[in-house]
Design a protein around this ligand. Structure first.
Ligand SMILES: Cc1cc2nc3c(=O)[nH]c(=O)nc-3n(C[C@H](O)[C@H](O)[C@H](O)COP(=O)(O)OP(=O)(O)OC[C@H]3O[C@@H](n4cnc5c(N)ncnc54)[C@H](O)[C@@H]3O)c2cc1C
Length: 506
């Protein structure tokens, strides 16, 4: 199997890249370990930031300023300028392919305020924004004849005789066979790594950092891995997200005494810390949207109501929602330049797995959907251009790695339990507030788990549709990513945005 551009990941970033690479004349193949319409992008609720043309209450300069402020000096101003100034085009493109954004009574695209924004800027489709975007992108891919293959698990990158990336080794879940997909250019669009925190995350179970671990093994540079965003309002028991749109539409945060204790629309890092401090004092924290009224909630926040009823057994039209901050978005990722090319020849990256330096130490709500559309396009166009100008040279170089040895591991220790333990420890010690001594304890724990890996083999040894094998491969990737995040956190001694260090006695 050989294409011009191979895209691994069929979330918003991967599908946007596919459409633009195809439009640029490339022959494109898209692979995903799930189904394209199930990718995590479909969980995005609150909206996508874009200043609408001729806006009287907002400006692109304000969008840039808000993004840079939230990033706390860790973003690249040029990249932020590019993203924010492209936002109106990105929105117009989505509108033109049929994304059904909510409208005002006058027929304009409706906008709401998310945390850290100086004006209502997030364009939304009720609270189903990501779902509507992803499904429309998928429809468009089908229309353009882009081939997308499901249940294909990315294992490693292939390199040509000169060391340029020229494809991927894949485990086909259905047959259990190992396959090689060759390409002149490869784009990794495999999403973030919040699931290293196990059940303490709002993310899809697929957000296991596979692409990041694999790119690193192949020698790609990663940056800012210590920056993990904790969303202030995960449901207390299930960690299911109650979107920022609930606060954007006027929701309050209350402590056990029913008092508001903070500004609900400050950036996520500061708000999560404010909630965390209250919880440490023994308070229970609640999100209150009762005063918005049932009719409004059903019109603008229908998914939030359904999620709270389903996962927390509370009806937010009439009851308080118990919440806690949980791991939500990973700012760190594969380093890319302004053309979305990684430090490896022939390898591009976009979406949450990549770091285009637009979020810095703390992403602004609504800027991730924007990033995947703006930089997904850049990755697609630039990979197609690269593929026109390059072809690979044989023979291929094969990578040696642990994942190839797992069939010989013994099944003495349950890796699912280890993941749960790892996730809880990361949440406690690599969470909203971090201490050096606790990071060192974590580091020792992770190294011990690495030692134990050969005794954590598979309980299911069947060849066909072996989800146990897929999940073990994901666990190994999460372990590797956890090690990298802990090391990065230890190296950055000063607090910055989502990376908040406290003194030992605090
Ligand atoms: C609950 C929730 C709500 C959110 N709300 C908003 C919002 O309102 N606004 C906003 O801007 N952002 C929001 N975000 C963030 C935003 O949704 C994500 O950052 C964005 O969708 C990531 O898109 P992506 O294409 O990079 O990755 P994903 O959508 O995660 O797609 C990754 C793809 O890679 C595939 N993949 C992964 N590993 C492998 C592998 N080993 N082999 C093959 N395929 C693989 C997956 O199957 C999937 O197809 C939200 C996030 C969550 C969790």
């Amino acid at each position: 199997m050989k294409s011009d551009v191979l895209i691994i990941g069929a979330g918003g970033a991967g599908l946007v890249a596919a459409l633009h690479a195809k439009e640029a004349g490339a022959d494109v193949t898209v692979l995903t370990k799930e189904y394209p319409t199930r990718s995590q992008t479909c969980m995005a609720q609150g909206g996508m930031n874009a200043v609408l043309p001729n806006s009287e209450r907002d400006s692109i300069e304000a969008h840039i300023a808000n993004t840079l402020k939230s990033a706390q000096g860790e973003a690249d101003e040029e990249a932020v300028r590019f993203m924010c100034s492209q936002a109106p085009n990105a929105l117009a493109w989505l509108d033109s392919i049929g994304v059904c954004f909510s409208r005002t009574q006058e027929g304009a695209i409706a906008q709401r305020t998310l945390g850290g924004a100086s004006a209502p800027r997030a364009c939304y489709a009720q609270d189903y924004t990501g779902l509507k975007i992803l499904h429309t992108l998928y429809d468009q891919c089908v229309k353009m004849g882009i081939e997308s293959e499901s249940e294909k698990i990315f294992l490693s990158l292939l390199k040509d005789a000169d060391g340029a990336v020229c494809g991927a080794e894949i485990l086909d879940l259905k047959s259990g066979n190992i396959e090689h997909y060759l390409a002149k250019a490869v784009i990794i669009a495999t999403g973030g790594y919040s699931r290293i925190y196990g059940a303490n995350s709002t993310n899809s179970t697929a957000s296991t950092g596979d692409g990041i671990a694999i790119a690193r093994r192949a020698g790609a540079k990663l940056i800012d891995m210590e920056f993990v965003q904790f969303h202030p309002t995960g449901l207390k028991n299930s960690a299911i997200l109650i979107s920022e749109s609930a606060r954007g539409e006027g929701g309050y945060l209350l402590n056990s005494r029913g008092e508001r204790f903070t500004d609900e629309l400050q950036p996520r890092d500061a708000l999560s810390r404010a909630i965390h401090k209250e919880i440490q004092k023994g308070e229970e924290i609640f999100l209150d949207i009762r005063h918005l009224g049932e009719a409004f909630i059903d019109k603008e926040l229908p998914q939030e109501r359904k999620l709270a009823k389903l996962y927390e057994n509370v009806d937010p039209a009439h009851e308080l929602m118990p919440i806690r901050p949980v791991a939500h978005y990973t700012m760190g990722g594969i380093a890319v330049d302004h053309t979305s090319q990684t430090t490896l020849e022939g390898l591009f990256a976009c979406g949450e797995c990549a770091n285009h330096r637009v979020h810095g130490a703390n992403r602004l709500g609504g800027n991730s959907l924007l990033e995947i559309v703006v930089f997904g396009k850049e990755a697609g166009i630039n990979a197609a251009k690269y593929a026109k100008e390059h072809d690979f040279t044989l023979p291929l170089q094969q990578e040696k790695h642990l994942v190839k040895e797992i069939d010989s591991f013994t099944n003495e220790i349950d890796f699912y339990k280890k993941h749960q333990e790892l996730g809880d420890l990361l949440y406690q010690k690599l969470g909203i507030m971090r201490k050096r001594s606790e990071l060192e304890e974590l580091q020792a724990f992770v190294e011990d788990v690495f030692q134990e890996l050969p005794r954590m083999g598979l309980s299911d040894t069947s060849q066909v549709y072996n989800t146990n094998k897929k999940e073990f491969l994901e666990f190994i990737n999460m372990l590797e990513v956890s090690r990298i995040v802990i090391d990065a956190a230890l190296k950055r001694e000063q607090s910055c945005g989502a990376h908040y260090m406290i003194e030992e006695e605090e």
